[in-house]
Design a protein around this ligand. Structure first.
Ligand code: FES
Length: 102
């Protein structure tokens, strides 16, 4: 069962910003897309690149290592349906960003 854990604050995530957080052995990439916060698995499934360090354009993040792209809201990629990045539910409480960790 998942539970919501504070992994960031809104101050750390300006619009267009991203933050990588490691929690209980997992790496999360948290993004602010024009005020909407999303959290996905922060490790690129290609060769482990840090997705939080990728360029964010709209809802698309580009892995900084070899350019695979993911929608940070859905986890989907133009590479096809076989690859999908995990997406985690997010809520905010005041300035706190809470992520539903598995
Ligand atoms: S590690 Fe992300 S595209 Fe290669």
């Amino acid at each position: 069962m998942s539970r919501f854990v504070k992994l960031a604050t809104l101050q750390e995530l300006p619009p267009g910003g991203a933050k990588e957080v490691e929690f209980e052995g997992r790496v999360y990439a948290i993004f602010n897309v024009d005020g909407q916060i999303s959290a996905i698995d922060g490790i690129c499934p290609h060769q482990g690149g840090p997705l939080a360090d990728g360029a964010l354009e709209g809802t698309t993040v580009t892995c900084p290592w070899h350019g695979w792209q993911f929608d940070v809201m859905t986890g989907k990629t133009p590479l096809g349906p076989k690859i999908k990045q995990a997406v985690y539910e997010v809520k905010t409480e005041g300035q706190d960003v809470l992520v539903a960790v598995p």
